[in-house]
Design a protein. Structure first.
Length: 122
């Protein structure tokens, strides 16, 4: 199974639209559009496909394709972004104080969250 990063999505893009687009190339296991605390799209998401060859075909065909007036960015997802890391980043985003690991700090940094500033002491 391969997990693909899909970037440069418009705010109006739905998970169903992404699923339909990727389903042309094979079986789509799951589609997730990342949202902020208010439920607005952050402009990127992830698609998991069962077959690696189908995922590669989709990645090659859809990268830089015009979708809703934007050129999509489709590439392999970074392996450090998993559900545990996502949960920790969302906890930071909500302002919760907790210990951080380099993996969490990098994942948060990739979402534009400056953890060091949130946890800095005066």
């Amino acid at each position: 199974m391969k997990k693909l990063y899909v970037g440069n999505l418009s705010e109006a893009t739905t998970e169903n639209a992404i699923h339909t687009m990727f389903a042309e190339f094979g079986t789509v296991e799951r589609v997730t559009i990342v949202t902020d605390r208010k439920g607005r799209s952050r402009g990127f998401g992830f698609v998991e496909m069962n077959n690696d060859a189908e995922a590669d075909k989709a990645m090659l065909a859809l990268h830089a394709r015009d979708f809703a007036g934007r050129k999509l960015q489709v590439e392999l997802a970074h392996p450090h972004w998993n559900e545990a890391t996502r949960t920790r980043v969302l906890r930071y985003e909500s302002g919760e104080q907790m210990e951080s690991s380099p993996q969490t700090r990098h994942a948060a940094w990739s979402r534009g969250i400056l953890i060091a500033q949130k946890n800095a002491r005066p």
